[in-house]
Structure formats: C-alpha cells, structure tokens
Write a protein that binds this ligand. Structure first.
Ligand SMILES: NC(=O)c1ccc[n+]([C@@H]2O[C@H](COP(=O)([O-])OP(=O)(O)OC[C@H]3O[C@@H](n4cnc5c(N)ncnc54)[C@H](OP(=O)(O)O)[C@@H]3O)[C@@H](O)[C@H]2O)c1
Length: 339
C-alpha cells in the first residue's frame, strides 16, 4: 500500500497531498534562519505537489507568517490558488521568550485574525486553528467567534490544536472542525486511543505535527550538540538519560531503514501515513534535499510485518521523557481531559 493519494481535510477544503510542509523551523525554535533557502524550499514544495502549508502567528512572533506572505506575493494569485494555507492563534509571547500566555477571548481571536491576514497578505485564511486552549473561555464561545470569521469570509475552515476528545466533540457540534492538529509520531502515540478514532468518525482530518520527532527520529541529530538557543535543548526527551535511551530506539530504527533501503525520515512518515489513513503529516524542513526525501515517503510501501517490526522498536513504554518542558504545557489538554 502506498499513500500518495490526496486526503480529505474536512468537507469544505480540497483534498491535499498527504504530506504538507511545516514552516515553523524556518523562523524559530530549531536554529538559525535562512529566508532565501526557505523561500526556495517553499517553491519546491509546491512544485512537488505539496498543498498544505502550516504556520502560526507565534512562530518568530509573526516572522513566519510574513515569510509566507512574501512567498505568496512573489508568486501571485496562481501560487496562492495552489496553496492550502493554515495558520493559528492563541499563544501570546514576548520577544525572546518561550514562556507564553494563552488568549482565546473572542475580541482577541478577531484581532489575531486581522493581524495574520495582513502579514500573510491574503483576503482569506484556508484553515484557521485555535493553537492552544484557554480554559477560562468555553470552547463553544471560541468556536462561535471562529465561525463568525467564516461567515465574514476571512476564514474558510476551522481547526483545533492539542485539545481533548471532549473539547473536539463539543466544538464540532457548534461548527464543523476540519482538522485537529496534534503531535503524533513513533515516539508520541497518545492520540491513538481517542483522538484518531474520533477524527475518523466525524470527518475531521488529523494533522500530525512533529512527525519526525523534531528530527530525533531521523538519526541525524546529536542532542548534545544543540545550542541553548534551540528549543530542543530544553525538551526532556532530548536531555540526559532520556535522550540516551531514546537514541537506542533510533539506532534500531536506523538498522531497519538501512535494510529496507529507505531513510529513517521516510520510514517514520510512511509508518504514520499507512497506520492512519485519515492523517496528514506536516514534517518541517528548511532544505530542498530533505523536502524531497520526506515527500519520497509517500512512495514507500510497508507490509503488515514491517509495520509490526517498527512498532516493536517504539513500544510507547520504551520512550523516555516528556514531550514538552514545563512552560510548553500551557494550554495543552490531555486526550481525555474535559474542558
Ligand atoms: N500545533 C502545534 O502546537 C505545533 C507544534 C510544533 C510544530 N507544529 C507544526 O508542525 C511542523 C512540523 O513539526 P516540527 O518542525 O516541530 O518537527 P518535525 O517535522 O518532526 O522535524 C523537523 C526537524 O527535522 C529536521 N528534518 C526534516 N526532515 C529531515 C530529514 N529528512 N532528515 C533529517 N532531518 C530532517 C528539520 O531540520 P531542517 O529544517 O534543518 O531540515 C527540523 O529540525 C512545524 O513546522 C509546525 O508547522 C505545530
């Protein structure tokens, strides 16, 4: 089974190639930015058939949306028409700080949307996500404010990120939720219990972020070499004994990948897309060669036996360390939490 056929992204957006492009790392979190290289990678992604481009207002405090805005402006209406442009609101940070507060108030949602439209240089956002939940605002009010943006022609479809199954169900009762975006990969399997089945049931696409484990799964990253400016240096999974234990799992993944003639990144993405027929993966890269490698995952076939072998390496209990540092948990609902 290959996975190159387009996948649904809710019911009002066009189906998209199952591998999108995560743009976050082009502007923040994973080391130095190079806008020239990023713009070339964005253009190449479109040429390869990638449709879903993922950004957020908080990435680079607007810089990532501005980069996409420049890309869209450079390519004109034809380029814009070929893109499904996704962005997010809700995380409020000060320059140079990772710590955040979450704002889901209707007035904030309206102003954040206007600011994103301006930076992106577009009339309409294709997919607008609530990035994190502010428990002080009922989800019905949040989705109500987002639905008003759809009626006003500023947004085409709605999404949520890192919410519980209960929140997703309640939100979908107010307005169709086209996509749930949550971390999912070989080392982050929590959505399998409730969220992935619920998404399939209610025609909500599951958009898997950090599908390469923020590069850890690729076997190309040395956690000890990360600068303190890099977000991953502060992520428990990349630190000390947890990193060492996780590296042993990646070594075993590398051995499988080598024997099957694919790369770790391709194996991680192919596993995800074969396991979850309703999921869309959005690996992030700034580099054309890696983009091509990652897109190549859609041509990789894996037998049920190979899937079992991969999962035997990444048994959930074998993965060590939380996926976020303390400050990163703000606004994240666990899969079963009711808010
Ligand atoms: N909703 C949320 O809360 C949330 C949170 C995090 C991320 N996201 C979204 O999800 C997207 C993807 O997640 P992510 O960027 O955190 O993690 P990811 O896709 O798992 O990994 C990205 C990292 O892997 C490296 N990489 C990519 N392809 C590679 C390859 N073939 N071989 C070796 N290294 C490779 C990239 O480096 P180079 O760039 O140097 O290639 C980058 O450091 C983000 O861009 C963002 O749009 C959403």
């Amino acid at each position: 089974m290959t996975t190159s056929a387009p996948r649904a992204l809710g019911t009002t957006l066009p189906p998209v190639f199952p591998i999108g492009l995560g743009c976050m790392g082009m502007s923040e979190f994973y080391g130095a930015s190079n806008d020239t290289e990023s713009l070339a990678t964005l253009a190449h992604a479109l040429d390869l058939g990638v449709a879903l481009f993922d950004t957020a207002d908080t990435y680079g405090l607007g810089a990532n949306e501005a980069l996409l805005g420049r890309f869209i402006a450079d390519g004109g209406p034809d380029r814009r028409a070929r893109m499904v442009l996704a962005t997010k609101f809700g995380i409020v940070r000060q320059a140079g700080q990772y710590e955040r507060r979450i704002d889901n108030s209707p007035a904030y949602i309206r102003s954040a949307c206007e600011a994103s439209l301006k930076r992106l240089g577009v009339d309409e956002i294709d997919l607008y996500y609530c990035h994190r939940r502010d428990p002080a605002v009922p989800i019905e009010d949040v989705v109500g404010a987002m639905a008003a943006l759809v009626r006003a022609g500023k947004v085409r479809a709605l999404g949520l990120s890192e919410v519980s199954a209960n929140t997703l169900r309640r939100a979908h009762a107010v307005h169709p939720i086209a996509a749930l975006q949550t971390e999912y990969s070989l080392w982050s399997r929590e959505p399998e219990d409730q969220l992935l089945p619920l998404c399939a049931k209610q025609d909500t696409a599951f958009v898997a972020y950090s599908p390469l484990g923020r590069a850890f799964l690729t076997g190309q990253l040395d956690p000890a070499a990360l600068s303190t400016q890099d977000f991953r240096a502060h992520n428990p999974r990349f630190q000390g004994t947890a990193a060492a234990a996780n590296a042993q799992l990646v070594e075993r993944l590398s051995a499988l990948a080598k024997s099957w003639g694919v790369t770790n990144a391709q194996l991680a993405l192919a596993w995800l897309l074969i396991k979850q027929p309703h999921a869309i993966a959005i690996p992030g890269t700034r580099r054309i060669a890696r983009l091509e490698e990652n897109i190549g995952a859609a041509r990789v076939t894996l037998s049920p036996e190979q899937m079992t072998q991969i999962e035997a390496v990444f048994a959930p209990a074998a993965v060590q360390g939380k996926r976020y540092p303390q400050a990163g948990w703000a606004g994240i609902e666990t899969a079963t939490q009711d808010r």
